[in-house]
Design a protein around this ligand. Structure first.
Ligand SMILES: [Zn+2]
Ligand SMILES: [Zn+2]
Length: 371
């Protein structure tokens, strides 16, 4: 167990040729496979209604089968080659465990109860798999800092934030929906709803992004300017290394406040569920991309859309960049309200909180605002 704990608590580049890269891929896939098999066994408690309603179960079974084959294959290969046999043994044991529990062929009762309390284990596994594949590919294709490893310092903290926000998705959605809908129920239908409803998607979606970003701007700026709120938001800014996972470092109180108020504004504006769902997908992708270790410049489009460089400056601890670039999608909001950074270089060199008073580690960061 000692080498496993050492591996999980360490950081740095996975040098190829030593079996470490394939060993870690096998371990990750084997762990995710066991979790997936459990989700197949207990869908009422371990899967998210909004996710399972939209996904093809046979497609998921094929992905699980492929993960088991890859994890098992890499483990056998590394064992035969004598590369980190302890790691290969652990991964292969997990593959055997997943297979013994039924593997990709676990039958699912189509009439399982639909209204049980649940944790979003499926959402965690699927989003971790999809996001890591997509964004690590983009980061390797056009890296901003080529020497920065995927497993950089404090990756464990950010993965814990990622896991908790995904596993608690049901609870978060229940709080956000009841807060937003509850706040608006008394107001009823508004005179402008008919006008918003008749807008086609090409107009409704950009308008929805504009409304959401204006509200997000106000909340985000308040999190910077109100000292009590800053204690929560400082957790997000405490990341000293930027990559796709760093954006997940968010205090859960901030997540609830921001999502509730933005959703309330979109409902008050009268946008349809389809338009709001499309916006949620866009914000999910854009927010992760903006933190990524990716040298992506959009030419003149950078004046229209927030780019990674724009949001990296928001995270900079350099004095000229403090409390600016609040917008999540549309830089024009900062330009009009006088909060846009005017950096002399394309990218910042230092990130984090100036006072550097946010402790490392997930639990310490959860407690930080209340100290
Ligand atoms: Zn901020
Ligand atoms: Zn950020």
């Amino acid at each position: 167990m000692k080498p496993l704990i050492q591996l999980i608590t360490s950081h740095g580049a996975l040098r190829s040729g030593s079996g470490l890269l394939t060993g870690v891929i096998a371990l990750v896939l084997a762990v995710l496979s066991v979790l997936s098999v459990l989700a197949f066994h207990f869908p009422e408690y371990l899967t998210t209604p909004e996710v399972r309603r939209r996904l093809d179960i046979d497609g998921l079974r094929r992905i699980l089968f492929a993960a088991l084959v890859i994890a098992g294959g890499f483990s056998v290969l590394n064992f035969v080659r004598g590369h980190r046999r302890w790691l290969a043994t652990i991964s292969f044991s997990l593959v055997l465990l997943a297979a013994a529990l039924g593997g990709h062929a676990v039958p699912v009762d189509p009439n399982f109860p639909n209204n049980t309390p649940y944790i979003g284990l499926d959402w965690f596994v699927l989003d971790l798999l999809a996001s890591s594949l997509l964004f690590i590919f983009i980061e390797k294709l056009r890296p901003l800092r080529p020497d920065q490893p995927v497993f950089r310092s404090e990756w464990q903290t950010d993965l814990a934030h990622f896991a908790v926000i995904h596993l608690l998705v049901g609870l978060l959605m229940a709080i956000v929906n009841s807060t937003a809908h509850g706040a608006l129920a008394a107001l009823g239908s508004q005179p402008w709803h008919a006008w918003v409803e008749q807008l086609g998607w090409p107009l409704a979606l950009p308008l929805c992004i504009l409304v959401a970003d204006l509200v997000q701007y106000a909340i985000h700026r308040s999190f910077h300017e109100v000292p009590f709120l800053w204690r929560f938001h400082a957790v997000h800014h405490s990341a000293k290394t930027m990559d796709w996972l760093a954006g997940s470092r968010l205090h859960i109180v901030e997540v609830v406040i921001t999502r509730s108020l933005v959703l309330a504004a979109l409902l008050l504006a009268g946008f349809s569920k389809g338009v709001i769902d499309a916006y949620i997908i866009i914000v999910g992708f854009h927010a992760v991309l903006n933190h990524a270790n990716v040298n992506l410049r959009l030419g003149p489009l950078r004046h229209l859309i927030v780019t990674p460089a724009y949001h990296h400056w928001h995270h900079s601890s350099e004095s000229l960049a403090l409390d600016c670039n609040y917008a999540a999608h549309l830089p024009i909001i900062d330009r009009l309200l006088g909060t846009q950074c005017k950096p002399e270089t394309l990218w910042p060199t230092h990130y984090g909180v100036v006072k550097d008073d946010v402790p490392p580690g997930f639990w310490a960061q959860c407690r930080h605002p209340f100290r």
